[in-house]
Write a protein that binds this ligand. Sequence first.
Ligand code: ASN
Length: 302
Amino acid sequence: MFVPREECFVAVLKVKDEIMQSGREYLRQQGFTEILPVILSPITDPLHHDTFDGTVSFYGHPYQLTKSMILHKQIALRTLPRIYCFSPNVRMESAERAGLGRYLAEFVQLDLEARDASREEIMQIGEGLVVHVIATVINRCPAELSRLGRELSVPKTPFPRITFCEAKERFGQTLDDSLSASLSAPTWLIDFPRSVREFYDREDPQRPDILLDMDLIYPEGYGEALSGGEREHTLLRILRRLEQDALDKDKFFQYLAVAAAGIPPSAGFGIGIERLTRFVCGLDQIEQARLFPKTPGKIGAV
Ligand code: ASN
């Protein structure tokens, strides 16, 4: 049956709305409070891969567009024990990433953080969130899913796990893509080495150089869904990790001042809304998952 493109797009937007509403429902039930996003700040996630910086002059001081709200999430936990946010992120990735079909220069992540949580606890929340969202979409959007020709099933918990080391042995350098293509259910990729991740993910005190972090990988080649972990929170550890990553401490002085006053231990993650929409709807390209997409390397989009 021929389905006009516009009709498909309406279905995608309805599903996305349900994803966001059901995500909110679930997190409220779990005791999380929604906070508003930070878009402009002197500090943001340095990320571990190259992106062009979105820097704006604010009365002569460099302020950056948010790449992720991780540092603000940690600071926010000084006030509330469990927080989440629909956080717009700007990451001007290099043009080569366009072909992968899962990068947008502007995207939204559902970003959450819980005080005193372990990686285990936050992975359970991640599984609960994904299961609740998928079950709700199946229940409330049957017409939209059938218009998109998407057959979905609710994944069984606990999700399988594979360590970074095992995945690298099996799949080599293109690990995310090949692992995802080999899967038939969402799977955790855990225990990344320190050298490939950001300074704020906590190093396992029992296994130096291995982090207490994780990604969730979608099946069917849809790639990475979320990333997160336990966090470094003491000033001493944060300073050491910045040094190991050769990052300029002065650029983080506001964050370091709060860390000196005390950042609570925590764990959290961020799950990309457009990637989740792409997976749930079974879309070829990420730009089909939102209005006004900006794809790396392409200019002129509004
Ligand atoms: N939101 C992610 C986290 O909580 C960080 C990121 O997106 N770079 O770990």
